[in-house]
Ligand binder design. Structure first.
Ligand code: DC
Length: 227
């Protein structure tokens, strides 16, 4: 029996968290929550408003005043609303990707978004993905996954994802950017990217999405059967 119907999926950029989490949520009938999208939405707002990305107090004020809402898009994915506007596409821009780690390292921004994430989870079954879900946001999640893949594979996947949208980026440049973000995300003082002690690590380098989802489903089923 699962008392807290949460699945927490953490891991570095490009490890396949979003596709896996979305597929899993649809299978389980749970809500899918992409917390990275929330950090991206605050970053987009900061860029639009011209807030200095080294001004931690300014970024904290901004995070406290914006409305960030995630809604099902009707296709198993998510729509991201920033102050009521659909920014689902805009938050995936290179400009936001390059700068989001700087915004995500600000403790005041994290505090506000973690509160929103916990409020969303309190409504019921969720599959939540991010960097600190198993460690900070939902430490009581009965199933915690730490999803990784080699940096070459992660850069390849991100590159293909962007190329499908008409954004052509060099593999080497993509690898550099992914490693830079890993470095900032794992070494920041506030809630760094680390594997929770009770998380199951899955290296997805040579597995398909379906194989990874099946592995996690097996863990959820085992958890449900526990007395
Ligand atoms: O998963 P993503 O690439 O969309 O995440 C964007 C950024 O947000 C990434 O640099 C790490 C940060 N992030 C975070 O610090 N904590 C989370 N729970 C989710 C994302």
């Amino acid at each position: 029996m699962i008392s807290n119907p949460y699945v927490a999926i953490d891991g570095p950029a490009g490890a396949g968290k979003s596709t896996v989490a979305r597929t899993l949520a649809n299978k389980l009938g749970f809500i899918y929550i992409d917390t990275g999208a929330m950090y991206r939405a605050v970053t987009l707002m900061a860029l639009r408003e011209g807030v200095d990305l080294t001004d931690q107090a300014g970024l904290t004020r901004l995070a406290q005043s914006v409305s960030v809402v995630l809604m099902p898009d009707g296709n198993g994915g998510l729509k991201v609303l920033l102050n009521g506007d659909d920014v689902s596409e805009d938050i995936r821009s290179q400009e936001v990707s390059k700068n989001v780690s700087l915004v995500a390292m600000v403790p005041g921004v994290r505090k506000r978004l973690v509160e929103l994430q916990r409020a969303m989870a309190s409504r019921g079954g969720v599959v939540m993905e991010g960097r600190d879900i198993g460690t900070v946001v939902l430490p009581d999640a009965p199933v915690k996954i730490f999803l990784t893949a080699s940096s070459v594979e992660r850069a390849k996947r991100r590159r293909e994802e962007l190329a499908a949208k008409g954004n052509l980026i060099d593999q080497e440049q993509m690898e550099k950017e992914i490693l830079r973000r890993d470095q900032i995300d794992s070494t920041r003082a506030a809630d760094p990217l680390v594997q929770a002690a009770d998380a199951v690590a899955i290296d997805s380098t040579s597995y398909s999405v379906k194989e990874v989802v099946d592995m996690i489903m097996a863990l959820v089923t085992a958890e449900e059967k526990r007395p």
